[in-house]
Design a protein around this ligand. Structure first.
Ligand SMILES: Cc1cc2nc3c(=O)[nH]c(=O)nc-3n(C[C@H](O)[C@H](O)[C@H](O)COP(=O)(O)OP(=O)(O)OC[C@H]3O[C@@H](n4cnc5c(N)ncnc54)[C@H](O)[C@@H]3O)c2cc1C
Length: 390
């Protein structure tokens, strides 16, 4: 593709046209419509990264306070999306039911419920008897109880991505598909631009929104990012016969197993048990784990024994060691901004991330959240947050 001379220079270059890169571009242009923004995307079309593989779950009922805060900062964006963008995204507050199968997990759920309610997020605890009354298709004896958050929602990730793409183009951003950023160009301590096989683009500001490839891209400037890619396998199946339509997302805290029912009520996406896999970009289907997976599914929803396994796909999830994102300016390189390692929450936290990064880039600070919580430097010291699984 030929690039016009005005596109060779840009106020800001964003690497990656996934949900994170597009949300950042959108919020920057909302705050300052005069900005020139260039977005580089190595794939030839929209939605081929992690975003296009996502399940579309938007959750508030996290056990981590900082993840809850990011969800709350994103809430109005999703609630108003359909009217603001005049695009249907299948937004549905169907809730999420988290299940505890032992005392430790049950205590954890009670604590999460207390903390969530304290910051205005509705959550309801259900002890075994009530749980089975409300959700009779669950395993009869495995779960001590569950917690239901009615705010937890679903939206179609591709529809959100496509609407953001159209919006940033309307606002004047240049989006180049099939153009991989191969190197960050630095002169002394200053960013000069980005090298691509089709030529250099000059800018003093670069945003790393490269999803699972974030660490590789940062490494071209000698920056080590603890962001690893993990394969996630999703089983597309017919709906278990006794699971009614509009059922909440169901998550078994012990195994990670989840059941997400598509809006039609005819199909379910199952997955979540592969959280202990090795890092890598290999996205081939691993059939060897399917038997164990379906056994786990049956131990959660026994009628899953009769479902039809329609197909399987895999996606790559970008993860940090503490499963919290890295958001902010790289400490060693002024002008290099990071929005990486969302650890299974990048879709739901994209609006907050866009807003925070727009604040940091344009004003040098944000009032929305304590940005130190997401600083890359936290991995250098000894204090680390607990590994958050969900
Ligand atoms: C199976 C699965 C289910 C998920 N379910 C959910 C969910 O329910 N809810 C939720 O919130 N999150 C979910 N996630 C996580 C979520 O999808 C990601 O966190 C989110 O999409 C990350 O967005 P991103 O823009 O950072 O990455 P991506 O969408 O991967 O975008 C990054 C883009 O950068 C491009 N790129 C990379 N390197 C370069 C380069 N050097 N030059 C140019 N372009 C480059 C890539 O091609 C890619 O298009 C799920 C993930 C998976 C895999």
């Amino acid at each position: 593709m030929n690039i016009s001379s005005q596109q060779l220079k840009s106020d800001i270059i964003i690497i990656g046209a996934g949900i994170i890169g597009l949300s950042i571009a959108y919020h920057l242009l909302e705050a300052d419509p005069q900005l020139s923004i260039t977005i580089l995307e190595k794939e030839k079309m929209l939605g081929l990264g992690s975003t296009g593989k996502g399940t579309g779950s938007i959750r508030y009922s996290h056990s981590s306070p900082s993840l809850r805060r990011l969800s709350l900062l994103s809430r109005d964006f999703f609630l108003n999306f359909e009217s603001a963008f005049a695009t249907p995204i299948d937004y549905l507050e169907k809730g999420c039911l988290r299940l505890a199968s032992d005392e430790v997990l049950w205590n954890q759920l009670q604590l999460t419920t207390q903390h969530a309610e304290a910051c205005g997020i509705p959550m309801r605890l259900l002890k075994q008897e009530e749980l089975l009354k409300c959700f009779p298709y669950l395993h009869k004896s495995r779960f001590l109880g569950g917690a239901l958050c009615p705010w937890d929602a679903y939206a179609d990730p591709y529809a959100v991505l496509a609407a953001l793409y159209a919006a940033v183009r309307r606002k004047g951003a240049f989006v180049h598909f099939g153009r991989e950023a191969t190197k960050i160009l630095i002169n002394g301590a200053k960013i000069k631009g980005v090298e691509t096989r089709q030529g250099t683009i000059w800018s003093p500001l670069i945003v790393n929104a490269a999803g699972p490839y974030a660490a590789q891209f940062a490494a071209t400037a000698g920056i080590i990012l603890p962001v690893q890619p993990y394969r996630r396998q999703v089983y597309v199946c017919s709906n278990p016969h006794d699971v009614p339509p509009a059922t909440p997302l169901i998550v078994d805290l012990a195994t990670g197993f989840y059941l997400h029912q598509e809006v039609s009520g005819k199909i379910v996406l199952l997955g979540g048990t592969d959280r202990d896999t090795w890092p890598g970009f290999e996205d081939m289907l691993d059939k060897s784990v399917a038997e164990d997976f379906f056994l786990t599914a049956i131990e959660t929803v026994p009628s899953a024994i009769d479902i039809k396994w329609l197909r399987t796909y895999t996606g790559i999830c970008e993860q940090t060691p503490d499963c919290h994102p890295i958001i902010g300016e790289a400490p060693e390189l002024k002008g290099f901004f990071l929005a990486n390692g969302f650890s299974g929450h990048g879709f739901m936290h994209a609006p907050a991330t866009g807003r925070i990064l727009a604040d940091l880039i344009l004003n040098g600070k944000t009032e929305r959240i304590d940005i130190n919580l997401f600083h890359l430097g936290r991995f250098i010291g000894s204090e680390k947050e607990e590994h958050i699984l969900l």
